[in-house]
Design a protein around this ligand. Structure first.
Ligand code: PLP
Length: 423
């Protein structure tokens, strides 16, 4: 058995093997950006600008919705979609407690109130069994998140919402082009929202967002909301009339052009990622110490983030030692050359902005979110490049090596936690 790198052994991923970069930037991407510079038309409001409407058409087609609107980022896309769907000040919006903070900040920016509910321990998505408990007379919308790229249980969310006249906006920021029961995320609710942040599976060179919907009135309102509340005429002079309190949330044409090129490679890149990630997960699933992410046969997975839970019992430890075990496993993996990290460290309801009552919010108990955050670590970005296969094989070897040394790691955890919590 080879020595763990944290105790002086040779790392499983040697220092000279950085993961291939994400996003992949080719000559085509560079040309697309330069092409916009040559036209001199940079914003959605510039007369004759073509890249933004082209991206909107192409993404609507990929998702299968009648309309798409490109905006400045995913967070403002959520605020605009909620507002365009009729959510307003004082309305409650049900959100999962495990997500990126943008999910919960988006309702706040229109004066609405996020209500946090717990997630499922294996999918990490909103636990639909909690929805009834979250209801109040002010409930106006449900905002399910397809976290890490795995579609949430949308049929259950939609059945619940439709029976009560609630709006459903999908936070598909992490699930570009992912299948759910024969359809695609972003085409399931009243509106879908995507982030084009440079870290995402469909990236831009910076920040961007997309709103998809089949509802022409919602699309129309969203267009007005991204442009200072103005309705711009197809041609002729700008009237400078604002109908509603809109935002300036326009995307840049350079960003649209970059994403259009990335979109031509999205499905091919996703197919390669699927192969690479499945190989990694199949091999890690054989190690009883780790629970690996999965997807039910009725849906795909964007594999945007890979979340692994440690299983204290498999290491001969108790549940209360989960967080210490996760910490030592992360240290061991980092020493092996694997860039593991945490994605979110507290439930959203514990973020100072909400827990400190800076803004109004409500939360149910979220024990599953707490347990997941305690005992899990993630791989982000390192697996996104389609050429990441060989690096992921080394990652699998690193996890296997850490598991081989489980008794030693368990003894370290025990020594650290003994005073507080005897086994
Ligand atoms: C689940 C989720 N929701 C919302 C957002 C917000 O998107 P953006 O960063 O483009 O504002 C993100 C992006 O990180 C996200 O991952």
């Amino acid at each position: 058995m080879s020595t763990l790198a944290m105790f002086g052994g040779r790392p499983a991923v040697p220092g000279g093997t950085p993961p291939p970069a994400w996003p992949v930037i080719t000559e085509e991407d560079r040309e697309a950006v330069l092409g916009v510079l040559r036209t001199g038309r940079f914003t959605a409001a510039a007369a004759g600008e073509q890249e933004i409407p082209a991206l909107e058409r192409e993404w609507a087609q990929r998702v299968g919705t009648a309309h798409c609107l490109a905006v400045a980022n995913g967070t403002i896309a959520l605020s605009i979609a909620l507002t365009a769907a009729g959510v307003g000040p004082g309305d409650e919006v049900v959100v999962p407690a495990l997500s990126f903070v943008g999910t919960a900040l988006a309702p706040v920016h229109l004066g609405a109130v996020p209500v946090f509910v717990d997630v499922d321990p294996t999918t990490f998505n909103l636990d639909t069994a909690q929805l009834t408990a979250a209801l109040s007379p002010r409930t106006a919308a449900v905002l399910p998140v397809h976290l890490h790229g795995l579609p949430a249980d949308m049929d259950e969310v939609l059945a619940f919402a439709r029976a009560r006249g609630l709006v459903v906006v999908e936070d598909a920021a992490q699930s570009h082009g992912v299948a759910y029961r024969g359809r695609v995320t972003g085409a399931l609710g009243d509106a879908g929202v995507f982030s084009l942040n440079v870290s995402k599976n469909l990236p831009t060179c910076g920040e961007g967002g997309l709103i998809t919907t089949d509802d022409p009135a919602l699309a129309d309102r969203a267009g007005v909301l991204r442009q200072f509340g103005e309705r711009l005429p197809d041609r002729g002079e700008r009237p400078y009339v604002s109908e509603v309190a809109g935002w300036n949330a326009k995307i840049n044409a350079i960003q649209a052009a970059f994403t259009r090129v990335q979109l031509t490679r999205l499905d091919q890149a996703q197919a390669r990622r699927e192969e690479n990630v499945r190989r990694l997960l199949t091999s890690v699933a054989e190690l009883p110490g780790f629970a690996v992410p999965t997807a039910a046969p009725d849906r795909g997975h964007g594999w945007h983030i890979l979340r692994f839970r440690v299983r204290p019992a498999a290491f001969g430890l108790v549940r209360s030692q989960a967080s210490a075990l996760r910490e030592i496993v992360m240290r061991a993996l980092r020493a092996e050359g694997v860039a593991v990290s945490r994605y979110q460290t507290t439930p959203l309801s514990d973020q100072p902005v909400f827990a400190g009552r800076t803004v109004a919010s409500r939360s149910l108990d979220v024990p599953v979110t707490r347990a997941v955050l305690d005992d899990s670590f993630v791989l982000q970005r390192v697996h996104l490049n389609p050429a990441a296969g060989p690096v992921l094989e080394m990652v699998a070897q690193a996890l296997a090596k850490v598991w081989e040394h489980r008794d030693l790691l368990a003894r370290v955890v025990d020594a650290r936690t003994r005073d507080r919590e005897p086994v």
